[in-house]
Design a protein around this ligand. Structure first.
Ligand SMILES: Cc1cc2nc3c(=O)[nH]c(=O)nc-3n(C[C@H](O)[C@H](O)[C@H](O)COP(=O)(O)OP(=O)(O)OC[C@H]3O[C@@H](n4cnc5c(N)ncnc54)[C@H](O)[C@@H]3O)c2cc1C
Length: 347
């Protein structure tokens, strides 16, 4: 791709391919792609007519996005990736990470310095800047717990803002940033990480994996990370080898009365109490029970390793993957009366 304009801290390319910028590896183009190396450049860029008027999409590593068509406006990507310790209070540290830092690298950076908290979130693809958007979570931990504040460019007010952790509206795979999509360009995240923390190892398979690693005492954060990395590598298809965006559906929240009725009929259906008279059901179980695991329509498929993951076997388009997702959703609804919601952003 040839840069059509460069400025202090940014590069603009017109009619840019996004195929290498989404982990489904589906073809899509952006009318304009802006790579921002210095977040300060956002002030200058926001004055450009194109950025003001065209639909804007902020893109990280594209590991939670399905492009079903070209993007008619501006795709903006933050490349700045510095990580700094702001303050060390002994028991806790405050860490500042720019949005373009790779999430898994950041987790390993924190573990190497003896900071705890992020070990259960190891090996989640994507950037630091995207982590607060859907409040990434895995193995019983959500990132929102460790976020002190989010720095962003507010596109509505055209100014830099800092949103404190409690104001980020974190929920299950959800946040204020996701609900107000298109308003904030996250430029950096500030974390508070403890030095010592009770490890969370009660999630399925973690204790067994630690035992297999020979860890018999209270595990250190790096050991928990190692156990979880091994579990994830076994369970989830690697996007470097086969295009995917991780779990394609959220575990559905339903009324506990419906969950109880379904469990009476299907004793093996996993369900967890979720408060307020609601229960969370295993979307993977529902999909597998409908016979979709390993199902394939051309190059669009459901992984044979994990029923929640849609995969691109080669040349599937986003539209083909989305058509398959809708068939899975309709199948689950017809059989169980449960509505599945996609986890990635579908464009
Ligand atoms: C194999 C695999 C496993 C996965 N496992 C998990 C998991 O265990 N838990 C989990 O929670 N997720 C998981 N995911 C999903 C994904 O890794 C996360 O959602 C990740 O945070 C997305 O990061 P990204 O940089 O790729 O964001 P993108 O996919 O590029 O963008 C995702 C969303 O965030 C927005 N966004 C991105 N960067 C910014 C920014 N700087 N400012 C404002 N908005 C922004 C985008 O506009 C979009 O709405 C998995 C994905 C894959 C492929």
């Amino acid at each position: 791709m040839i840069a059509t304009a460069t400025g202090d801290g940014y590069t603009i390319v017109e009619n840019a391919s996004l195929q290498g910028r989404n982990t489904f590896r589906v073809p899509a183009r952006a009318a304009m792609l802006v790579d921002v190396r210095k977040p300060a450049a956002l002030a200058e860029l926001s004055g450009y007519a194109m950025l003001k008027s065209a639909p804007l999409l902020v893109l990280g590593e594209g590991s939670n996005i399905l492009f079903t068509r070209d993007w008619p406006g501006v795709v903006l990507s933050i490349a700045a990736h510095a990580i700094d310790v702001l303050e060390d209070e002994g028991r806790h540290v405050r860490v500042h990470a720019e949005a373009g830092a790779n999430w898994n690298d950041f987790v390993h950076w924190s573990l190497a310095r003896g900071f705890a908290g992020l070990e259960n979130l190891v090996l989640i693809p994507g950037t630091v800047g995207a982590a607060p958007i859907q409040n990434i979570g895995a193995y019983g931990v959500e990132v929102g717990e460790f976020i002190a504040g989010v720095e962003a460019w507010d596109l509505v007010e055209a100014r830099r803002v800092r949103i404190e952790g409690p104001d980020c509206g974190f929920g299950y795979r959800d946040s204020r940033f996701k609900r107000e999509a298109g308003r904030h360009v996250v430029t950096a995240v500030e974390f508070v990480l403890p030095r010592v923390r009770e490890p969370r190892t009660d999630y399925a398979g973690v204790r067994e994996e630690l035992a297999a690693l020979g860890v018999v005492d209270v595990p250190r954060p790096a050991e928990v990370a190692e156990a979880i990395s091994r579990l994830r590598m076994r369970k989830l298809p690697n996007p470097a080898l086969i295009g995917n965006a991780g779990s394609f559906f959220k575990n559905p929240l339903v009324a506990s009365t419906l969950a109880d009725a379904l469990q009476r009929e299907h004793a093996a259906l996993p369900a967890w109490p979720a408060g307020n008279g609601q229960s969370k059901l295993s979307a993977a179980w529902l999909i597998e029970a409908c016979g979709f695991k390993g199902h394939r329509e051309g190059d669009a498929g459901v992984s044979d390793r994990h029923a929640l993951v849609l995969v691109n076997h080669g040349d599937a388009t986003g539209a083909q993957l989305w058509a398959l997702a809708q068939r899975v959703r309709d199948g689950v609804h017809a059989r169980f009366g449960v509505e599945l919601e996609p986890e990635p952003i579908v464009l």
